[in-house]
Design a protein. Structure first.
Length: 288
């Protein structure tokens, strides 16, 4: 069983027609903070943030998002379209009686967080983003940057039904594990960490649910809301050594925030909350 160095709860919540596994920690009357993981992580991807935030007095809520680890894995690609992912978050907020939340996302979790903040700004107090851009900034860069298309080659590979699922699951998920360790700084992920990730990928019956997030993004384009600028305070933290996304996306995203702040970590990669955990935690605590 995975453990944290503080007391925490682990349970299941029904929302938006599915059951999500949720870990929570910190005082029940603390200011709520929700952390949304990305691909191919699960709640454990925030193991370095949960204790720091909880000990600072926040009520920390961390779901396994749909298709991941112990949460439900709905059938069909359309079940993973962005409106469904956002509805999961809103359902969790309603379950906990949270009118406005401090919302944090990394990777795919950041894309969901941007989407919720844009479509439902009344539900987000402050927004924390790690290494994924505002969706408009991403579209703008893709329209003029062949280099970013090359960095995002894996999105096309993930579209091939069955093939990517089988190849990435081969040899106990060797390729997806290598994609994490190979794109991170040395010793970012320990052997014990990778064992935990492999168990989570097996728990979800393989990677098909996770890959369907990418497939739905391509097949089911969501309309942008009328307001594309964010008015709530936004903190963007970005590892400059991201192998997948250009640092320019961070500055372009900042330009779409009325009250934004950008912190670069010169030596950190895409996995910034792991590699620069103390600094990331300090920034989040001060921001919230």
């Amino acid at each position: 069983m995975l453990m944290l160095p503080i007391p925490y709860e682990s349970g299941y919540i029904r929302t938006n027609g599915i059951r999500l596994h949720v870990v929570s920690a910190g005082p029940t009357d603390g200011k709520p903070v929700m952390l949304l993981h990305g691909f191919p992580e699960f709640w454990y991807g925030w193991r370095r943030q949960i204790p720091a935030l909880a000990q600072a007095g926040f009520r920390v809520i961390v779901p396994d998002q749909r298709g991941y680890n112990l949460s439900d894995v709905p059938k069909g690609v359309k079940a993973y379209a962005l409106p469904q992912l956002g509805a999961d978050v809103l359902g969790l907020l309603d379950h906990f009686g949270i009118d406005k939340v401090n919302l944090v996302g990394h990777d795919w979790g950041a894309l969901v967080a941007w989407g919720v903040a844009l479509a439902f700004p009344e539900r987000v107090e402050r927004l924390g983003i790690l290494n994924v851009p505002h969706p408009l900034a991403m579209l703008r860069l893709l329209s003029r940057s062949p280099r970013q298309w090359l960095k995002s080659w894996y999105v096309g590979y993930f579209q091939i039904p069955g093939l990517a699922d089988r190849q990435l699951a081969w040899n106990h998920f060797a390729l997806v594990a290598k994609s994490m360790t190979g794109s991170a700084a040395s010793q970012t992920f320990s052997p014990a960490d990778m064992d935990a990730y492999r168990r989570a990928w097996a728990n979800s019956g393989g990677l098909s649910g996770m890959l369907n997030w990418y497939r739905a993004l391509v097949r089911y384009r969501s309309a942008f809301p009328a307001q594309l600028r964010l008015q709530m305070p936004v903190l963007i933290q970005w590892g400059r050594r991201d192998a997948f996304l250009s640092p320019r996306l961070a500055t372009d995203s900042l330009a779409l925030c009325d009250d934004g702040r950008l912190v670069f970590y010169e030596q950190a990669s895409h996995w910034v909350q792991h590699e620069a955990a103390s600094a990331v935690n300090r920034q989040l605590i001060e921001f919230f």
